[in-house]
Design a protein around this ligand. Structure first.
Ligand SMILES: Nc1ncnc2c1ncn2[C@@H]1O[C@H](COP(=O)(O)OP(=O)(O)O)[C@@H](O)[C@H]1O
Ligand SMILES: [Mg+2]
Length: 361
C-alpha cells in the first residue's frame, strides 16, 4: 500500500493541507510540539481507523471544532482508491471512493504498522501490552481476527455480569461453555500468529541487532491443546476448578484475557535484560516481522510509521532498519527533530517535509 496524496482539515493543530507524495520515504522534521507526530497520527488514522496516541478519535479533532477529516489517494495491488475518514463528535465514518464503507471493505485498502517510543513497553510492560500487540498483529495479517476478539470480549463481559449478579451454577455452566469455546478460538488464532511470525522476528532481529543469541517467542496460555476442541476442553476444566474463587472474587480468573507472550533472547526473559538498546531492537523486530506476516497474507505491504527516530536507535541500527524497509519495499513515514539523524535514507526516494506551527513546508 502506498499513499500518493494526503490531505486533512481541522485535524489536531495542523493547518489544512493537501500534498502529493511521490517517494517511499517521507521524513517529517522540525522542532518539538509543531505537529510532526500529528501528521503521523493522520496517516495512522487513515490506515487503521485508530488513534496512534489518543484514547478516543474525538481527541484528534482540533480543539473547539466539531469535525475533522483526513483523506488520501492510495494505491494497492495495482488499483487506486480514495480513502477518507471523517470524525464527527464521537462518531467516525470511513469512506472508499466517496461511499461509506464497511470495515471489511475499508481494510482491503488500508493497513499500517507504527513504531513509537512507548512501544518498548511491549517488551518491558505488563502482559496486557503483549496481548494487545498479538491481537493487533493478528488483525493486520487477518482482519477477521477482530471478530474473534470481540466475541471473546462479549462472552467475558457476560460472565463478569453473571458473577456480579450471583446467578445459579447451571447458568454459569452454560456461560462457561461459550467462554471456553470463544476463548479457545482466540488462543488458536493468537498461537498461529506467534508461530507464523517467529521465524521472521528471529531473522530480522539477527540482521538489525547483529547480536548473538536467538530471539524466541512463546505464547503462554492455560488453554493448551493442539486443536480448538482440545483448547476449549482445557479451558472448560480450568473454569470449573476456578468456580469457587471466581464467585468469591466476582472476577473471571481463567482465560486468554490473562495470557502472555514470552519474549526470550538466548533463553533469558527479555523483560529482565535491562538494556534499552536491546529492547528497542527486539520491539522493532516484532514490528517488522508483522509487516512480513501481513504482506504474506494480503499480498500488499502495510505502511510503516516511525515516531521520533533520532532518539530511538543508534546509527548502525538505523542503517539496518532502512535496509530492511527497502527490501520490504514498504512506504515509510518517519518523524525526527533532526533530519541529520537520517543520513542513510535513499536520496532519490526520500522527501523531507518540515513541520512548523502546524504547517507543512
Ligand atoms: N486536538 C488538538 N487541537 C489542537 N492542537 C492540538 C490538539 N492535540 C494536540 N495539539 C497540539 O499539537 C501540538 C503538536 O503536537 P505533536 O504533533 O505531538 O508535535 P511534535 O511531534 O512536532 O513534537 C502540540 O502543541 C499540542 O498542544
Ligand atoms: Mg512528536
Amino acid at each position: 500500500m502506498r499513499l500518493t496524496r494526503l490531505a486533512a482539515a481541522r485535524f489536531r493543530n495542523l493547518e489544512p493541507f493537501d500534498r502529493k507524495i511521490g517517494t517511499s520515504f517521507v521524513v517529517l522534521h522540525g522542532p518539538n510540539a509543531q505537529g510532526k507526530t500529528n501528521v503521523l497520527e493522520a496517516v495512522y488514522l487513515l490506515a487503521t481507523l485508530k488513534p496512534l496516541r489518543a484514547r478516543r478519535p474525538r481527541d484528534l479533532v482540533r480543539w473547539g471544532d466539531e469535525a475533522a477529516w483526513v483523506q488520501a489517494l492510495v494505491t494497492s495491488k495495482g488499483a487506486e482508491r480514495k480513502l477518507r475518514v471523517v470524525l464527527e463528535g464521537s462518531r467516525r465514518r470511513a469512506e472508499v471512493d466517496g461511499k461509506t464503507a464497511s470495515l471489511d471493505a475499508y481494510f482491503e485498502w488500508a493497513r499500517a504498522i507504527a513504531f513509537v517510543p512507548s512501544d518498548t513497553g511491549i517488551v518491558t510492560g505488563e502482559p496486557a501490552r503483549r496481548r494487545n500487540w498479538v491481537d493487533r498483529a493478528a488483525f493486520t495479517a487477518h482482519p477477521a481476527h477482530l471478530e474473534a476478539v470481540k466475541r471473546y470480549k462479549r462472552a467475558l463481559d457476560q460472565k463478569a455480569a453473571a458473577l456480579r449478579a450471583n446467578v445459579a451454577d447451571a447458568v454459569l455452566d452454560a456461560i462457561d461453555d461459550g467462554l471456553a469455546e470463544s476463548g479457545a478460538r482466540l488462543v488458536e488464532r493468537r498461537t498461529a500468529l506467534v508461530e507464523e511470525i517467529s521465524p521472521h522476528v528471529r531473522a530480522i532481529h539477527t540482521m538489525l541487532a547483529a547480536e548473538r543469541g536467538a530471539l524466541a517467542l512463546h505464547y503462554r496460555t492455560q488453554a493448551v491443546g493442539d486443536s480448538v476442541a482440545a483448547r476449549s476442553n482445557a479451558l472448560r476444566g480450568r473454569l470449573a476448578d476456578a468456580r469457587k474463587g471466581e464467585r468469591q472474587r466476582r472476577m473471571v480468573l481463567v482465560g486468554p484475557h490473562l495470557d502472555d507472550v514470552e519474549v526470550a533472547l538466548e533463553d533469558r526473559s527479555a523483560r529482565a535484560w535491562g538494556s534499552q538498546g536491546q529492547v528497542r531492537s527486539v520491539v522493532l523486530a516484532l514490528k517488522l516481522a508483522e509487516m512480513v506476516a501481513a504482506s504474506r497474507r494480503g499480498g500488499d505491504m502495510p505502511l510503516f510509521l516511525v515516531d521520533d527516530i533520532g532518539s530511538e536507535l543508534d546509527r548502525d541500527r538505523k542503517r539496518r532498519l532502512v535496509e530492511v524497509l527497502r527490501e520490504l519495499e514498504a512506504q515509510v513515514f518517519l518523524t525526527t527533530t533532526d533530519p541529520e539523524h537520517l543520513v542513510d535514507l535513499p536520496k532519490g526516494d526520500t522527501e523531507f517535509v518540515r513541520i512548523e506551527g502546524g504547517k507543512l513546508y
